[in-house]
Design a protein around this ligand. Structure first.
Ligand SMILES: Nc1ncnc2c1ncn2[C@@H]1O[C@H](COP(=O)(O)OP(=O)(O)O)[C@@H](O)[C@H]1O
Ligand SMILES: [Mg+2]
Length: 292
């Protein structure tokens, strides 16, 4: 299948992210198209991963449905055949990878929940014995399960710069205490419910990130949820404490890039065919494990 990298439609494009393109449908609704672009270290790579956008879209839809009692989400329509007439000629591009969603005012904080000590949290813990201002017990090992899931927000920075971890107090300063408390509570509930479910499928959700937006007078879940782009997924059967894990997500691509001695500046290296194919397979694998 030919990868979808750029999307041109006869309706106005309102945003082009690292992976998604947003188009205006009307005052209250947008079309979100998930492309096959892949990003790592906050750069979009020049090489797409075929079908990745379809997998991310389908997996988010699965979780939106499963978790909708905890928090309402932005989904309006996922069935291409019910999309507006003007989009009908674009079936090849849109089907399976697009949704019509409520247009929200997005909340400028990424709501990260961590059940295990990995990635940037592990690095921060080594230096400070804390993560985002939360003190943790001493002597934890890499990838160790935390006593309780922790909420470690980050600000979303412009394209090309890295997201920045912030303390809960800093988040409260940006959004107000009441909203910050609400987002923390909902994010942890979503993480716990999803983790319990994934556990039954032999999968550990080490950490994940949620985004929320204001829709009318409510806060709803937006973007993607619990996908291999926004989460770390580990297989329980191969989990080993004290080491970095083999994971069913973007880590495989990050590891490849780390092995190149790339200076993390433009130009961004291409991915070889075998890395693309392996990544595609990992994304399908986690999708199949979680949804069947
Ligand atoms: N329902 C929504 N309303 C408003 N913005 C949204 C909605 N859903 C997703 N978004 C935003 O659209 C963008 C999705 O594109 P993506 O490629 O993931 O971007 P990014 O590079 O910013 O992560 C994100 O910035 C996300 O916050
Ligand atoms: Mg994103």
């Amino acid at each position: 299948m030919k990868p979808i990298v750029n999307v041109v439609l006869p309706i106005p494009k309102i945003y082009s992210g690292k992976v998604r393109e947003l188009f205006k449908i009307d005052k209250e609704r947008i079309l979100i198209v998930t492309t096959d672009r892949i990003s790592a270290f906050d750069f979009v790579l020049p090489t797409p991963v075929p079908e990745k956008g379809i997998i991310l879209n389908k997996l988010s839809l699965f979780w939106f449905e499963k978790l909708r009692d905890i928090c309402d989400n932005h989904l309006v329509e996922s069935d291409f055949d019910k999309f507006p007439q003007i989009l009908r000629p674009f079936k090849n591009v849109l089907e399976g990878r697009s949704i019509i969603a409520k247009k929200t005012i997005k909340i400028p904080v990424e709501c990260v929940v961590r059940g295990y000590l990995s990635g940037s949290a592990w690095k921060e813990y080594l230096l400070t014995c804390s993560v985002c201002g939360i003190n943790l017990p001493p002597g934890l090992r890499e990838c160790e399960k935390l006593p309780e899931p922790i909420f470690t927000p980050a600000t979303k920075e412009e394209l090309g710069s890295h997201d920045r971890n912030i303390s809960f107090e800093e988040m409260s300063g940006i959004l107000g205490k009441e909203i910050a408390e609400y987002l923390k509570k909902v994010s942890i509930s979503l993480y716990k419910e999803a983790s319990d479910y994934a556990d039954g499928k032999g999968i550990i959700i080490a950490d994940t990130k949620f985004e929320f937006g204001f829709y009318k007078d409510r806060i709803i879940l937006i973007d993607e949820i619990l996908t291999p782009d926004s989460s770390r997924f580990w297989e329980k059967s191969s989990f080993r404490i004290g080491l970095s894990q083999d994971s069913l997500d973007k880590q495989y691509v990050r590891n490849y890039l780390e092995g190149l001695n790339w200076n993390k500046q433009e130009p961004v290296p291409e991915l070889p065919d075998d890395v693309v194919e392996k990544t595609r397979q990992k994304y399908w694998q986690i999708y199949n494990i979680l949804t069947t």
